[in-house]
Design a protein around this ligand. Sequence first.
Ligand code: ADP
Ligand code: MG
Length: 344
Amino acid sequence: MTEKRTEISSVGEFGLINRIQENVSLNNTESVLGIGDDAALLDNGDDYTVMSSDMLLEGVHFDLSYMPLQHLGYKAVAVNVSDIAAMNAVPKQILLNIGVSNRFSVEALDVFYQGVKAACENYKIDLVGGDTCSSASGFVISATAVGSVKKDRVALRSGARQNDIICVTGDLGGAYLGLQVLEREKQVYLTNPEMQPQLDKYDYIVQRQLKPEARMDIVYELAEMNVKPTSMIDISDGLGSELLHLSKQSALGVQIYEDKLPVDKQTYDTGFELGIDSTTAVLNGGEDYELLFTINQDDFEKLKNHADIHFLGYMKEPKDGNMMVTKGDNVVPIVAQGWDHYRE
Ligand code: ADP
Ligand code: MG
């Protein structure tokens, strides 16, 4: 008898996570929420303790030929803080594990940890531990961030209600196009090392790729304005995929308008230059680390003049599906083509 073999690519990253989740049960009463949101929730009296892990792998998530080690250290903290922010929580501690080969010097790791320290200071979070191993396959970084949120302030992916307004912070698609530019300049350099990379006119999108920020500023501002998002997720895999997470977990449809998508001019111009439609970069690119959230319509007045919050559309009935109204007034389905690690 031959053993059954299913390719991971046939179930995808989310299919794989679902399979893991199906075989997990939560046995400690403190474990309120496990797999399935941006972070887990542990009961801690008036608060939830919030925990989330993320990995960065050389050759998968970063290329050291253009990723400065200091930025990499910063990004390792920022992407973990972003998942804490996505629960409307405040980060407090981080554990950071590294796998590193003797290709790296002590000085190089000092530079990496300068970036870690800068991010910890910026997000007011303490590096409280980790693990150090030798690695035979490139630089491996894994971190677990721990945060806290008042129970009545937590924002889950599942909390959206029909007619809620879909909001997003910042601008989207830049990190993806920044990566395309860095890859292109690397190829130019490899072909002709005399050629120096020309990155000046791409400074903003390159920075979006190399030094993303978690939007803790928005978490604090929403608290000050007394607005509680009904649901929230951070944008690590592209807007399309994240909208589908909100839709699925809130059991609703979503409707967004293409002309409401926030795109920076440099993102738009670079997309045009590279033949990548900026809407495609917004929906399917990744690593913007902005916050996607929904609000009750009653809260719109408080946010409507915010310079960095954009209103994309509405939560609809489930039967309406997940749709985008294009600039040409066509209605097209939103599909998940975001960053799935096992997609072929
Ligand atoms: P995010 O993009 O917000 O980091 P992911 O898509 O990586 O979220 O993960 C979604 C959920 O699945 C999270 O709750 C995460 O903790 C969980 N998860 C991902 N991989 C694993 C794994 N190997 N084992 C257990 N849980 C996992
Ligand atoms: Mg997330």
